[in-house]
Design a protein around this ligand. Structure first.
Ligand SMILES: Nc1ncnc2c1ncn2[C@@H]1O[C@H](COP(=O)(O)OP(=O)(O)OP(=O)(O)O)[C@@H](O)[C@H]1O
Length: 456
């Protein structure tokens, strides 16, 4: 754990041909905590944005013989997410209008005081943070209150303490544990406890994609890089810039892409598909798997060098049956959340329900517990959740056995039919891709459904 702590890096590029202005702006913005790069002319500005990711650029309207206004569209094309503040030497409304039309986010009249400069930059950074948050939400994940993750079990509490210490560094973390134990949640907690918390947490689900698609999902691609690449796309690595990249189910990372990923892990350098330029990333990596990576190395499906690189700090989340102290506190937390979500009357668990929760072995871990509580909250018409509302009691087990493989026309929910159908197709097809094609959905949708139904 000797890697240095990662500051939150919000990067600003200053483009001006006047060295004095560059020096003054730089000092002022560095004092305010931003990471600054400078460029004296158009060529070095273009080179800078193709090498690194900047959130904001302060661009002078006149760059000696060159024009900032002409450079603006080129910068916008190379880094469409970057917010450009045009700096002008005079208060000229016509110039400001042209700059805004060409895609500038704001303009600044020079000379200006430090407060004005910082205010303008901070405003654009706030807009970037909001955009990143939207990108994060659009990636299909809601933000669980992961930072409050704690445990009443001594072994789990120790693991969380190690995770908190690891969070303060940039070290790669490998999270192991059975399906549904909370690996994903722990990864989010590490991000939330780290000083990268204000930047994005981006997830990549390794098994849902082929090597080609995964490469583009991770690193991005340029227009025309392959059939179907109709426009430029920045990958998840870029979404995670300054933050954390989480690779879920790393055990299923395609062998063909492992050498490229190893290089990325070592040097944080990558190329977009179809673009020879090497880019640098500032991301922290967390990977998780329920597979036995040692066995995968032994049978040749996982490279040993990649395994050792990932395995800097490994945390094995214990299954729920080994931390019975956590069952009731987690059940109560879930009850509170779900009652509010469904507006149901349930308020507490009866003694028989509590005993049933404590007596069950939870093979599906916390995910199964969450599903059981959700079902009970929906079924329970009063304030007390009883034994009979829980799915694994003897009576319910018999009923579910009777309807183990529902068929069309049976008096079952659509969800039960969908689950059975997905399970049957997965069992009858060799790969997730083939199953997805048969089902007429994309592989990542199938991956999510498989996970939420707990299909192994
Ligand atoms: N301590 C906890 N308190 C409340 N909910 C939890 C807790 N731990 C996990 N969960 C919930 O349990 C479910 C499964 O957790 P998560 O997805 O993190 O497990 P996982 O180990 O990553 O699963 P998989 O191996 O299948 O990817 C999620 O809905 C998560 O919000």
């Amino acid at each position: 754990m000797n890697e240095s702590p990662a500051p939150i890096r919000e990067r600003v590029l200053l483009v001006d041909d006047d060295s004095t202005v560059l020096r003054t702006f730089r000092l002022c913005l560095e004092d305010a905590g931003y990471q600054i790069n400078v460029a004296h002319n158009a060529a070095s500005a273009i080179a800078a944005v193709s090498r690194s990711v900047f959130d904001v650029c302060v661009l002078d309207i006149s760059l000696g013989d060159e024009s900032g206004l002409e450079l603006l569209p080129q910068l916008r094309a190379a880094a469409p997410w970057m917010r450009v503040i045009m700096a002008t030497a005079e208060s000229d409304a016509a110039i400001a209008v042209s700059a805004m039309r060409a895609g500038a986010a704001d303009y600044l009249i020079k000379p200006c005081g430090p407060d004005e400069l910082i205010h303008a930059v901070e405003q654009q950074l706030q807009a970037r943070r909001l955009e990143r948050r939207i990108e994060e939400l659009e990636s299909g994940r809601d933000i669980a209150p992961a930072e409050h993750f704690d445990s009443a079990n001594a072994a789990m509490a120790r693991l969380l303490e190690t995770a908190r210490q690891a969070a303060e560094t940039d070290a790669t973390v490998l999270i192991l544990g059975e399906s549904g134990t909370g690996k994903n949640m722990l990864a989010r907690a590490i991000h939330a406890w780290s000083n990268r918390r204000k930047a994005s947490f981006a997830t990549v689900n390794c098994p849902s994609l082929s090597a080609e698609l995964l490469e583009s999902e991770l690193f991005g691609h340029v227009k025309g890089a392959f059939t179907g690449a109709h426009e430029h796309r920045s990958g998840r690595v870029q979404v995670a810039e300054g933050g954390t990249l989480f690779l879920d189910e790393i055990g299923e990372f395609p062998l063909a892409l492992q050498p490229k990923f190893l290089r990325f892990l070592q040097d944080r350098e990558y190329e977009r598909v179809g673009d020879p330029r090497t880019r640098k990333a500032d991301v922290r990596l967390i990977a998780a798997t329920n597979a036995d990576l040692g066995a995968a190395v032994a049978n040749g499906t996982f490279r040993s060098d990649l395994y050792y690189r990932l395995n800097v700090i490994s945390l094995t989340v214990p299954p729920l049956r080994e931390r019975p102290e956590d069952i009731l506190p987690i059940a109560h937390d879930l009850l509170t959340t779900l009652v509010a979500r469904y507006r149901r009357p349930a308020r507490r668990f009866s003694e028989s329900a509590r005993n049933a929760l404590l007596g069950y072995s939870w093979p599906g871990n916390v995910r199964e517990l969450a599903n059981a509580i959700e079902r009970a909250v929906i079924l329970c018409g009063g304030e007390d959740i009883g034994y009979e509302h829980l799915p694994f009691t003897a009576a319910n087990a018999a009923a579910s056995l009777a309807s183990a493989t529902p068929r069309a026309g049976d008096p079952v929910t659509l969800e039960a039919l969908e689950r059975a159908h997905i399970e049957a197709i997965l069992g009858a097809t060799p790969t997730l891709d083939t199953a997805a094609r048969t089902l007429g959905i994309d592989a990542s949708t199938l991956y999510r459904k498989r996970k939420s139904y707990g299909i192994g």
